[in-house]
Design a protein around this ligand. Structure first.
Ligand code: ZN
Length: 283
């Protein structure tokens, strides 16, 4: 069942849980997420970065989305994660994608508003939900690399103005989380999140969810986070499973076998994150 991201997130906001957004890369990782979410009756967001869309191919991605609609009856929505090229976003909206993140967070405030507003206006016609980011997370996600010195926290008052002027459906906040792996202990500014929640009505989004403790993420959920992005931890689980399997079974050359442990490993992480987000039995 495909549900709009807007309604998935508003339901989470109204009931005090978050929906996990998992970055997928191929059919195996998509199925690992969907089968686990279906077992746990959790709504789920399937996220694809620009390089994932290039890797899978946009028509295959839309095909996967349509197949999901037929095979699973939990609320699922396909989402573009950190997309920047306006023409690509519009093309994928025309092809039927459910939800997009337009990331113009590296531009200054007015320019960010202008770029995001253009996508909101375009997306509205198709009922597509739009997420944008204010502030800037450090770390690495696919092609996107932001140095620690270039990170910028979200200002609560600017966030309010940003949401009102752009009309976005959800807002990604920069409160000290980072993409990729944390080098030291993550330093998350919980007070800033509380201040943002006071000012902003739309659901808030936490990027850089890999490597944060369950307690910390749950605290952010109590302060308005309705979507938690998980990418790196899934990649690690999948790669570790694959590596170990091939090491133990060097004679196996059939992908239907050698992906087995990789998928099982990834499913364990997906299941843990769904429980952490409190989205179990909400779908
Ligand atoms: Zn992100």
């Amino acid at each position: 069942m495909i549900t709009s991201k807007r309604s998935i997130l508003l339901n989470a906001q109204a009931n005090g849980y978050a929906v996990p957004a998992f970055n997928i890369h191929n059919l195996e990782t998509l199925k690992a997420v969907l089968e686990t979410a279906a077992d746990l009756r959790s709504p789920v967001i399937i996220a694809a970065t620009p390089s994932t869309v290039r890797y899978i191919g946009e028509h295959y991605l839309i095909g996967m989305m349509e197949a999901t609609q037929k095979q699973f009856d939990i609320p699922v929505c396909f989402h573009l994660d950190h997309h920047e090229r306006l023409e690509n976003i519009k093309e994928l909206i025309d092809l039927g994608i459910h939800s997009v993140m337009i990331d113009a967070s590296h531009y200054e405030f007015e320019e960010n508003i202008k770029i995001v507003s253009e996508i909101v206006e375009y997306a509205e016609k198709s009922g597509v939900a739009v997420e944008a980011e204010l502030g800037r997370l450090s770390g690495i996600e696919d092609d996107m690399v932001v140095d620690e010195k270039d990170k910028m926290y979200t200002d609560p008052y600017q966030a309010k103005e940003f949401v009102v002027r752009t009309g976005v459906d959800s807002l990604a906040v920069a409160i000290g989380t980072a993409h990729g792996l944390y080098k030291g202990k993550p330093n998350v500014d919980i007070n800033r999140l509380a201040a943002i929640q006071k000012e902003v009505e739309v659901p808030l989004v936490l990027h850089g969810g890999s490597g944060l403790s369950d307690d910390l993420v749950q605290e952010t959920i109590r302060l308005g986070i309705c979507k938690v992005n998980i990418a790196t931890e899934l990649k690690i689980a999948f790669a570790q499973g694959l590596r170990a399997y091939l090491k133990e079974n060097p004679e196996v050359n059939d992908p239907r076998y050698y992906f087995k442990d990789a998928i099982a490993n990834m499913k364990r992480v997906v299941s843990d994150k769904i429980k952490m987000c409190g989205s179990m039995n909400r779908g």
